[in-house]
Each structure stands twice: as C-alpha cells, then as structure tokens.
Design a protein around this ligand. Structure first.
Ligand SMILES: [Zn+2]
Length: 451
C-alpha cells in the first residue's frame, strides 16, 4: 500500500510582522509616477518591509496588527520644512501687517516678554498636535529653547529637525552669539543618538546674524556634517538694505562666506534674479518655499517654477503659525501649486505630483534625511499617513493625486504612523490629551492678551 503525503501550503512558513496596512491606493512618491491600487504596506520594527498587491499578503506575512483602509490613500508622512513651532501661541495676535512692522512692533516685543521654557513647551505641544492631525510627520524648526521643542517631539513620538538657533540679539535663551553657539552645540551632543531628532544649525537671517558666527557655523557644519537652515531673500527690503550697507546682496554675501553648499537650506527666496537662480543651482543648496507666509506678509513670490527648472531642490514649509496662520501642509501644497501657475503665467507649472514631492521627498533631501524618510520605500522608516477620499468633497475620484492637492483637506487625514508607531487613530491623537492642551492654551491666551 502506498501512502501519499500531500504537501500542504501551510508548510511554507509565514513571516511574523508588526503591522500590515491594506489600502485602496498607495502613492509611494518613489517611483514618482506610481499609484498602486489595492496594495498593502508591511511594517516591521518601525521600518517598511514590503509593499505588495493585497492578494499576495496572506501567502507571505502574519501580522500582529492589521488595518483595512479601503477608501484611503497612503502617502509618506508630510515634511514641514520650515516652522517656528511654539509660535502657535501667537496665532492671530497680529495680522495684516508687513514683515518688519509685524516683527518689530508685535512679534519681537511679545517674544521678549513671554518666551520661556513653559511657552515653548505648550506652544510646541499645540504645534505637534495640529501637525499630526494634518498628516505632518516631521518638522524643521527654528526657535528659542530648542531643547524643550526636542523634548516634546521625542515625548510625543514626533520626528523633528531641531535647529541650533543663532541670532546676534540677546533673548531669554542666550545672551550673545557665542552663547547661542555653545548651547546649540551642547544640544547637538545631547541629542545625536536620538532616532527621531536631528540638529542642524539655524542662524536666523542675514540681517540678524553677523559674519563672524556665520564663518564659525560654516566650519562646524562641515566638521559635524549638519545642514544649515536660514531665512534668505525673504523681502525686497532685506535685499535692498543689505545692498546699500555692504554693496552686495545677501546671497552674494553668503556665497563669499562659503555657506552656499549642498547642505544649505534657504527659506523663502522671494527675491531672485535669473543670475541668482543659476548661481544658486550650481551650489547644490536647497530652497524651502513658504507660499502662504509670503502671501500674508506680502513679501513677494518665490519663482518656484524657474528654480525647479534650474534643477534646485525645492521643499515646502508653513513658517510659524503667527504668519500663516496654520501648520497645514495640505493647504500649503494647494497654494504652492496655484501660486506657481500664476507667477509663471503657465497652467502647467508645478503640477499636483510636484507639490506632493515638495511636501515629502524634497523635504527629506533638504534636511539630509533622504535615506530615512520622504517616500514609502522598502527599508525607510514607516512614517505613513492615510487620507480618506470617500468624502463628498473628493468625489468623483478620477485621480487620487489631483484630489490630494486640489480638493482634499487635512481633516481627511485619519491615521498617522511615525517609525511604525501610531500617533493618530481614526482622527484621535494617541499621545496628546486635547482637553489638557486646550486648557493650557487658554491660559496663554489670557496672559498674551494682557500683553
Ligand atoms: Zn520663518
């Protein structure tokens, strides 16, 4: 008698993984033109392990946790490449003013009086809560008390690039540029092994930082391999004033000081000649475009289409909530796409997919984090957001990329993961208590209103 032993399918051992997210669409950003339908993202140890058709998952993986998002699109978490997080507490306190009036007569006096560890802690919590609810998973910050911002980010599981701020003026945090530099370097030393945090240099702007500290920063940035994040050519006034004083534009000055390298991140750049765009492209440095802040302060328009055509990497940021007045990267993508068409006089300028790239992979490149985040690529961190497109406002749905940029809003973000940890679950924050936070914010509102 012959006994036939069948070869059973379950002999093929399934791999145990932490999380599988099934989604109607996945837009990985890399490759650029891909939109996968009915696929799943496999996450293990905080990293993306696989991206495959949904029907093939059960043959390979056994998840501890599973999410079925059948009306949703998965995107890499958005990267807000320029923020002053705790300025959320000054949201709406002084509007409809030009930059220098706004800074000198409203923001700087308020900062002198109120900015403290507690201010930065509570303001950062508000910013992080708002950003997570809006699909942002990483922010590039420049503000006083950066150690507090970093601490809150780590505490809530948020990824952040925390600038070593430097400005020639004294503040509650440091008395002069030497002290800023010393405290910044101590912060870098303290945080260099934190997986969610990086610590670039962040000299404020050409009109607030003198040559000597900039030269030191240049040398240190090379030694420590850190990016340098700085406001640049934000307004015509900034460029003209510097030209009158020194006979050179801020870009020319920074070029002479050796700052314009592939690790330099210039924010705003609303005033650029064709020659400056060509020069800047040659340096390999990055631009962060903040269209809503530029519009609100009437600073001008960054010629984004010309910059992209010249080969410059352009990322996207909101700036602080006092000049925007939100930290909404969906709004920023839409504004960037619309404004670029108006500025270029060309409806094909800055198409929807380019806006998504600016808010994801281009931000990662600018921050020196391209190998870790910015796309849903195997081996990168699982910084992932899910957007529900089954809402009336995003129907009918011919093209998810178009809906995300031109029709969707941040309230359609339902779930957010950073390094595989879920920070937003069906629109509920998992690491921040909203009621406690609101109470703290109303106390700050009372204090700042008294002025
Ligand atoms: Zn700014």
């Amino acid at each position: 008698m012959v006994i036939i032993i069948p070869i059973l399918a379950h002999n093929l051992k399934l791999m145990e993984v932490d999380l599988i997210i099934y989604a109607r669409w996945i837009i990985p950003v890399d490759p650029e033109s891909a939109t996968y339908e009915n696929h799943a993202l496999v996450v293990n140890n905080g990293k993306i392990l696989d991206l495959l058709p949904s029907e093939k998952v059960e043959q390979k993986y056994q998840p501890t946790q599973q999410e079925n998002l059948h009306n949703h699109v998965l995107l890499p978490g958005l990267i807000n490449s320029h923020t002053h997080a705790s300025m959320t507490l000054m949201r709406g306190i002084a509007d409809d003013l030009p930059l220098m009036d706004w800074l000198q007569h409203h923001i700087w006096p308020l900062e002198q009086k109120w900015v403290s560890e507690a201010f930065v802690r509570d303001g950062t919590d508000l910013a992080i809560a708002e950003m997570i609810r809006g699909g942002t998973t990483c922010f590039n910050d420049m503000y006083f008390f950066p150690e507090i911002t970093a601490h809150q980010a780590i505490h809530h599981g948020m990824r952040a690039s925390i600038g070593q701020i430097l400005i020639d003026f004294p503040s509650a945090w440091a008395e002069n540029s030497e002290a800023y530099l010393e405290k910044g370097l101590a912060l870098h030393e303290q945080l260099r092994h934190e997986p969610l945090i990086t610590t670039p240099f962040a000299p404020h702007a050409p009109y607030t930082v003198s040559d000597e500290p900039l030269i030191k920063i240049r040398t240190l940035a090379d030694e420590l391999e850190l990016p340098v994040h700085m406001h640049l050519h934000e307004t015509q006034h900034e460029v003209q004033e510097q030209q009158q004083k020194t006979n050179q534009t801020p870009i020319q000055r920074l070029q002479k000081l050796g700052l314009l390298t592939p690790s330099f991140i210039a924010v705003h750049m609303t005033q650029l000649t064709a020659d400056e765009i060509a020069l800047y492209a040659e340096t390999g440095a990055h631009i962060v475009h903040c269209p809503e802040s530029n519009l609100k302060l009437a600073s001008g328009f960054c010629p984004v289409n010309d910059c992209l055509n010249a080969g410059i990497n352009v990322a996207l940021g909101t700036d602080g909530a006092a000049s925007n007045n939100d930290l909404d990267m969906f709004g920023e993508m839409q504004t960037a796409a619309l404004l670029a068409k108006g500025v270029a006089g060309d409806a094909s300028a800055l198409p929807a997919m380019t806006a998504i790239k600016m808010a994801t992979i281009n931000g990662a490149k600018a921050l020196g984090l391209e190998d870790k985040i910015g796309s849903l690529s195997i081996g990168k961190n699982a910084d992932v957001i899910a957007i529900d497109l089954d809402q009336l406002e995003t129907q009918p749905l011919y093209n998810p990329v178009s809906q995300l940029v031109y029709s969707a809003n941040r309230q359609q973000v339902t779930d957010v993961w950073i390094a595989g940890k879920q920070l937003l679950k069906q629109r509920q924050l998992t690491t921040i208590n909203i009621d406690d936070l609101k109470q703290k914010i109303s106390e700050w509102q009372r204090l700042l209103k008294e002025n």
